[in-house]
Design a protein around this ligand. Structure first.
Ligand code: PGA
Length: 249
C-alpha cells in the first residue's frame, strides 16, 4: 500500500502574514486527516512562518527549489542544508516553471536531487511534457529522457526516498486537467522505467503524484486511479478551504 501525498506548491504567493492566516484557517480543517502526507511549499521568505505555524501538526513544509552546492558564491541561491535548518523536510526539484523560465536542465535537476538527498531532504521531482510534445506523440520519449537524465543515476535506496510528480505542462494553471486515464498511463510508464532501471519492488513502492489544475472537484477521480498516489497542487492550494477539500478527498 502506498501512502497518499497531497502537496501544495504556493509558487510566488503569500507573505508571512498571509501564511500565518492560511494556517490558522487550514489547521482545523485537516486536524483529523491522517490518511495522507500533507506538504506545503511556501516561498523561501515564508518558510519560517509556515514551519512555526505547522508545529504540533502532521503538516510538513517544503522548499520550492534549492541549490546543488552546500554553500558558496551563488548570489540569490538557497542551499539544501539551509532548507533543512529552516525546518523543511522536502524540496520540489525541476518544476516546469524552473525549467521554462530559469533554464533548468535534466543535468541540473540531477545535481539538485543528489544535493537534496545528501542534506536529508525528500525530493519531489517534477517531470512532464508540453502541449507540442504531446501533440507530436513524444510524451513517452520526453518522460524517459527526464527520468534517465534526472534520476536514473541514483542508487536504489536513494530512489526509494523520492517522490515523483508527473505534471503535464499543458495542464498547469490552465484549468485543463489531464484525464485520470491519461495521467495513469504516464504514471504506469514511469513505473515501468523504474522497474527496468531499479527493481520491480522499488517501482511498485514508488509514490508518483499528479499535478496540473487539481481542484476539489477532480481530485476524487484522480485518486480513484490505482496508479495515482497523490497530487501536487498549485492554484487550489492557496485557499485553505479548497486545499483542505483536496486533502480530504
Ligand atoms: P496548478 O499548478 O495546480 O495551478 O495547475 C500545479 C503545479 O504547477 O504544481
Amino acid at each position: 500500500m502506498r501512502r497518499p501525498v497531497i502537496a501544495g506548491n504556493w509558487k510566488m504567493h503569500k507573505t508571512q502574514a498571509e501564511t500565518r492566516a492560511f494556517f490558522e484557517e487550514f489547521k482545523p480543517l485537516v486536524s483529523a486527516s491522517r490518511h495522507c502526507d500533507i506538504i506545503v511549499a511556501p516561498p523561501f521568505t515564508a518558510i519560517a512562518a509556515a514551519v512555526d505555524a505547522a508545529k504540533g501538526t502532521l503538516i510538513s513544509i517544503a522548499g520550492q527549489d534549492g541549490c546543488w552546492e552546500r554553500a558558496g558564491a551563488f548570489t540569490g541561491e538557497i542551499s539544501m542544508p539551509m532548507l533543512i535548518e529552516a525546518g523543511c523536510q522536502s524540496v520540489i526539484i525541476g518544476h516546469s516553471e524552473r525549467r521554462k523560465y530559469f533554464g533548468e536542465t535534466d543535468a541540473i535537476v540531477n545535481r539538485k536531487l543528489k544535493a537534496a538527498i545528501e542534506a536529508g531532504l525528500q525530493p519531489i521531482v517534477c517531470v512532464g511534457e508540453d502541449q507540442s510534445e504531446r501533440d507530436a506523440g513524444h510524451t513517452e520519449q520526453l518522460i524517459e529522457r527526464q527520468f534517465n537524465d534526472g534520476m536514473a543515476t541514483l542508487t536504489g535506496p536513494d530512489f526509494s526516498r523520492i517522490l515523483v510528480a508527473y505534471e503535464p505542462v499543458w495542464a498547469i494553471g490552465t484549468g485543463r486537467t489531464a484525464t485520470p486515464e491519461i495521467a495513469a498511463e504516464v504514471h504506469a510508464f514511469l513505473r515501468r522505467l523504474a522497474a527496468k532501471r531499479f527493481t520491480p519492488g522499488l517501482a511498485a513502492s514508488a509514490r508518483i503524484l499528479y499535478g496540473g489544475s487539481v481542484k476539489p472537484d477532480n481530485i476524487r477521480g484522480l485518486m480513484a486511479q490505482e496508479e495515482i498516489d497523490g497530487a501536487l497542487v498549485g492554484g487550489a492550494s492557496l485557499d485553505a478551504r479548497s486545499f483542505s477539500a483536496i486533502v480530504n478527498f
